[in-house]
Every structure is written in C-alpha cells, then in structure tokens.
Write a protein that binds this ligand. Sequence first.
Ligand SMILES: [Zn+2]
Length: 334
Amino acid sequence: MISYKQLGLVNTREMFAKAVKGGYAIPAFNFNNMEQLQSIIMAAVETKSPVILQVSKGARNYANQTLLRYMAEGAVEYAKELGCKHPEIVLHLDHGDSFETCKSCIDMGFSSVMIDGSALPYDENVAITKKVVEYAHQFDVTVEGELGVLAGVEDEVSAAESHYTKPEEVIDFVTKTGVDSLAISIGTSHGAYKFTPEQCTVDPKTGRLLPPPLAFDVLEAVEEKLPGFPIVLHGSSSVPQEEVDTINQNGGCLKAAVGIPEEQLRKAAKSAVCKINIDSDSRLAMTAAVRKVLHDKPEEFDPRKYLGPARDSMKKLYIHKIINVLGSNDKLLK
Ligand SMILES: [Zn+2]
C-alpha cells in the first residue's frame, strides 16, 4: 500500500470546493505516453493551474498501470523542476469498472478514482459506488460516481444512446453513496464523432456542422438539488476543425468529426461543473502534428522529430483550454 500523499499528489476535495466557488473548472486530461504527460505538466506549470491526470482502461492496457503510476510520480518532480513549488496534481482512475480495479489503483497511489456504475440498474450503481467510497475514504482518496449514460466510444466505454441524468435521483444517490463528485449526462459524449450529421445543423457562414446544444436545463435542475456539489462533465472535447483539416490534408480521413463548442463548455465551467474531461482533442492535435511532419518530410525517421512537434501542439492546446475554456489558470492554493 502506497499513499498518494507520499508521491506528492493531492486528492480533488479542496480544488473542487475552490473551483465551484470560483466559477471555473479543473482540466482532466488523459495520458498514455511521455509526450502527452510532458505537455500536460508544462501547460499546467506555465498557467499555474491545478490538473487532473486521468488513466483510462485503454491507457492501462496500452501503457501499463504500474508504469503510468510511476510516470505520475515523476510528473510531480518534473513540475517542481519547471519552477512550480507546490504543484496540485491529481492521479485519477477514469471509468473504473469494478471495485477491484478501483482498489488496486488506490493501493498503488492514485489520489482519486471514478467508479462508473452508470450502465447498471440504479440500486446496483448505488451499491458498488458506496463500496468504493467506503474503501477509498479510509485513505483520503476521493471518488467520482456517475448517473446517466453518455453516448459515444471512449476506449472500452461505449453506449449507443445517451440518457440524461434524472435530477430527481441525484440527492438520493449522493447521500446513499457518499461520493465526492458526480459525473452527469447532459448531451456531451465520448470520442471525436459526438453527433451524427442528422443531429446537427449546418452553420451558414462556415458550412461546418453545428451540434445540438447541451441540456443546460438538466444541469440547472441538478445544481438546484445539490447546491455547491462538484459536478463532472465527460466527453467534452471540442474537436477543433483546423486539426481535423490538417489530418485530412496530410493523408488522413476523418469524416464529419464534431465536438462540443467551446462557448458551451465555458458556460458549464462557470457553474457547479468543476471537472471537464478532455481526451479526443489532444489525440487530434498529436495526430495532426505527426501527420504533417511525416507528410512534409518523408525522409524523417527520428521519432523525436515528429513527437516533438506533437508535444508542442498538445501543449498549446492544453494552455488554450486552461485559459480560454476552463479558467483554471492562476488558481493554485500556494
Ligand atoms: Zn468518460
């Protein structure tokens, strides 16, 4: 058993309380590799932002849970080396699918876990979430639960249809389980294809697809039931069309990829939403940069020559999200 506190990590409690009060949201960025982790930490240090490093099931399968944990420990030291005296870095399990997975992450130094029982019948979701909370809280690890189902595909999490969170269930769920934060479904979705073209309208100015708006009425109803309680949004990438264009102009083929417009996320960040998950946008930024280098310089074979620009591009994206969408810059406690 290793406590996250020994690793210099923090849980989400204090940062969420501050974010809800301050009307901003903490970035939750997924990481699978060194370049992604470096760019997340560089962006967080430069903007003086707290940050949540998320590890999904796909990341654990791809990069190994143990290695990712040690990388996060390294990230704390790296942030200090970059000049941040008191980094606020959370190591969070994204979409924990069982008590055992959550326990193994808690035991190896994660400071926060999500138990996703949203696909289960309500009572089973309550039971498994409560079990994880009881274990996690012994070690001061914070827990995110989920009510409502998001559509889309994220690593091994997928659902064909979304079901909005039912505001009438949230008080009962939070009281019975003791969760520290709650992911809700208000129309965001996983992946880079969040909406079908039929669900969208066409912007007459740009000819681009415009997705349907988020269900802010559901968010408001949840906030009314749980004043000041930390709310989480998954699947909140915006799928920047310039990255999609770069990919398509350099040999890629992404058709009708659509995300959540940033102005809607800005509006959500000002509410009780205090954690916004962004994964696909960084995948797009990385892929666009790699494709461009390999296309422009076919003689190049040193991975540092294309992963380096990919890292620069992701860093730029993360800084943009922190400052212009989430508003978590200059929010470190010390
Ligand atoms: Zn998710």
